[in-house]
Design a protein around this ligand. Structure first.
Ligand code: HEM
Length: 148
């Protein structure tokens, strides 16, 4: 049995913990943007949101995304875990790519907020907030149900 095979349940546990931390940020950062979009520029609230957004992205979301990828790739390369002839893994990987795109968009918008240069209304971020939820539903359905 390979080292990866014997570590499989531990790697999976760490993968799930990383996913939870990443998702927490992907759901909370656009929520902060919803409130930040309505805060007056240079107000105490606006400056506090900037700090919260920077810490959330740098302290939680970036490391959690890297850890999710790292443990996910280890799982995918563990012998016998993924049957590459099945379709679910490709849908999952496409949804992960979409989540990564959302992450990078959010990082871009955070920079705009930090420069007091946001031009989008709160409603826009409310809608963006739904995207990670839908992708999460799709990913969990694929990895747990493996329907095809
Ligand atoms: C590079 C990115 C990723 C790769 C390569 C990857 C790959 C994998 C693999 C190979 C497994 C094991 C499946 C099994 O045991 O049958 C797994 C489990 C899992 N993955 Fe990922 N994953 C990635 C990202 C994500 C993301 C972004 C999420 C959620 C948002 C996620 C959620 C899960 C969950 C919940 C499980 C546990 C399923 C179970 O209990 O069998 N993964 N992942």
């Amino acid at each position: 049995m390979s080292v990866l095979s014997s570590l499989y349940p531990w790697v999976k546990a760490l993968h799930i913990v990383s996913v939870i931390a990443w998702m927490a940020g992907l759901l909370y950062l656009p929520r902060l943007f919803v409130y930040h979009a309505d805060a007056r520029i240079a107000s105490d609230a606006s400056e506090t949101f900037k700090l919260m957004e920077r810490r959330l992205l740098r302290g939680i979301m970036n490391p959690a995304m890297i850890a999710t990828y790292l443990f996910g790739i280890l799982l995918a390369t563990t012998p016998g875990v993924v049957d590459w002839a099945m379709g679910w893994i490709y849908i999952k990987l496409a949804a992960v790519a979409a989540l990564t795109l959302v992450h990078h968009r959010l990082a871009l918008w955070r920079k705009e907020f930090a420069a007091d240069a946001n031009r989008r209304p709160a409603r826009f971020y409310r809608i963006v907030n739904e995207i990670p939820t839908l992708l999460l539903l799709l990913i969990v359905a694929m990895v747990v149900v493996k329907p095809f």
